[in-house]
Design a protein around this ligand. Structure first.
Ligand code: 4AD
Ligand code: MG
Length: 431
């Protein structure tokens, strides 16, 4: 007899199979029991009739607590009323581990604090597996996109001596008596590898000591970063647009069932990422935000309500470019003749905020030194970075996509903490 996963049942209609899984839930009425069996691929309902399975097996399963691990034997039956279109007519149950205590997470509502304390168990709940499978697909889609474009996968260090995105969110650590930081972004190192390999990417964890406790911030999150030699601002945006279009469409098509289980319509995601994405200046964005009734001044950063207003206005991802220099880090290339820089943020629809931050980088040595000075940053730890402007400097651009925000948007989740198996937030390092 074949052992199959729940996602494979449609190929075994009418056949007797074994499913290895966990008891997700159960209800019984009289001489009939319905057991929900969960494996990593889905949930199927098993039906046990006392008449046909006998009293001993019937009583045994009646005592099982939720999340007991089982090998369930049964015949696959097509059933229109079942959520996945099939049921299992159970003929045998082998108990691998019989749970003694009640499983803490029940299908009823729990508060977020309780769920977060039990995150190691909460990831077994109905909604979590689809999200984590979508995360897998998104990361794979990003890698495939970069690979198809000919970028080379490379890495920057996690322990560094430099700040990338400002000094206020650095995690400091003692490095054998020297001060070191957990990286905020691999960008500076990718600029170095891009000069060796032309076009490079990296997908990995980055760290920000974010004091803000919002639904968009984690202290450890994943970034997909690319750095492109000889590429200037406009081409950088074209690349990002192609990427977001590709990865979202791919997730929608490949994870259709998972999205549907999360009440997300994959068709509407595909429609939302139709190219081109609007490109507006920071100034135009400020006007749109004010017209929508959210007051803000030129020169301020977009807060959550402003980002939501922009999302509502365009109903698809929108690039905001030409930011005032003061709003952005030291390394961004100035636009000719004014105080703005070749930066662009990609803002998501539906209030999910900034998905991508990117820019063209300064390639002139003197200008870069001047910008470090203006930001009060010492030259010494950046000497290697300045070297890139001393030896064969070229125009180059890049960006970083926030993986968790992108998943939250795709899955329609309330909070980025649900997009990663073990989220790290201010005041939380357990489990
Ligand atoms: O805009 P950011 O800060 O850009 C950089 O770090 C650049 N050095 C990237 C580059 O050009 N290579 O961060 C990039 C993205 C943001 O747009 C956002 O989606 C996400 O990372 N992000 C966060 N996600 C979760 N929690 C946080 N605390 C985040 N901070 C930024
Ligand atoms: Mg940013």
């Amino acid at each position: 007899m074949k052992t199959i996963t729940i996602s494979e049942v449609e190929d075994y209609d009418g056949e007797e199979v074994t499913i290895k899984g966990w008891l997700y839930n159960r209800r019984s009425s009289g001489g009939i029991q319905f057991i929900q069996i969960r494996d990593g691929t889905g949930i199927i309902q098993g039906v046990l009739k006392e008449d046909s399975v006998g009293n001993e097996l019937f009583e045994k399963t009646l005592d099982l607590k939720r999340e007991s691990s089982l090998l369930v034997r049964g015949t696959v039956k097509e059933d229109e009323r079942a959520p996945i279109g099939y049921e299992l007519e159970v003929s045998g149950v082998e108990v691998q581990h019989s749970v003694q205590d009640d499983f803490p997470i029940t299908p009823k509502e729990h508060g977020p604090g309780f769920l977060m304390d039990n995150r190691h168990l909460w990831i077994r709940a109905k909604g979590a597996a689809p999200v984590l499978r979508i995360r897998h697909e998104l990361l794979q889609a990003l890698r495939d996109f970069f690979d198809e474009k000919g970028l080379v996968a490379t890495e920057g260090p996690i322990l560094t001596g430099v700040s990338v995105e400002g000094t206020t969110t650095l995690f400091e650590t003692d490095y054998f008596g020297e001060e070191a930081y957990l990286t905020q972004s691999s960008q500076l190192y990718l600029e170095a590898t891009a000069a060796a390999l032309d076009e490079v990417y990296w997908i990995g964890p980055v760290f920000r000591a974010e004091k803000s406790k919002t639904r968009k911030h984690l202290t450890e999150f994943w970034m997909a970063e690319a750095e492109l030699s000889w590429v200037e601002h406009e081409e950088n945006l074209d690349f990002q647009e192609d990427m977001v279009h590709y990865v979202v469409k791919r997730v929608a098509n490949e994870r259709w069932d998972e999205l549907t289980r999360l009440d997300v319509a994959p068709e509407s995601l595909i429609e939302m990422v139709e190219k081109p994405f609007p490109r507006i200046t920071y100034k135009e964005a400020v006007e749109i935000v004010n017209e929508a009734g959210e007051e803000m001044e030129y020169g301020e950063d977009f807060g959550a309500p402003a980002e939501a207003a922009l999302g509502d206005h365009f109903k698809k991802p929108v690039f905001i470019e030409a930011f005032p220099r003061e709003l952005k880090p030291f390394y961004m290339e100035p636009m000719p003749g004014d105080e703005r820089v070749y930066a662009a943020d990609l803002i998501a629809p539906d209030g999910y905020g900034e998905l991508i931050g990117g820019s063209q980088r300064i390639d002139d040595l003197d200008l870069l030194k001047q910008r470090l000075d203006e930001e009060g940053l010492p030259h010494e730890p950046y000497e290697w970075y300045l070297d890139l402007r001393r030896y064969g400097s070229v125009p180059h651009s890049g960006f970083g996509l926030g993986v968790e925000r992108t998943i939250a948007w795709i899955c329609g989740l309330d909070h980025v903490r649900e997009t990663i198996p073990f989220p790290r937030q201010i005041n939380r390092i357990y489990p």
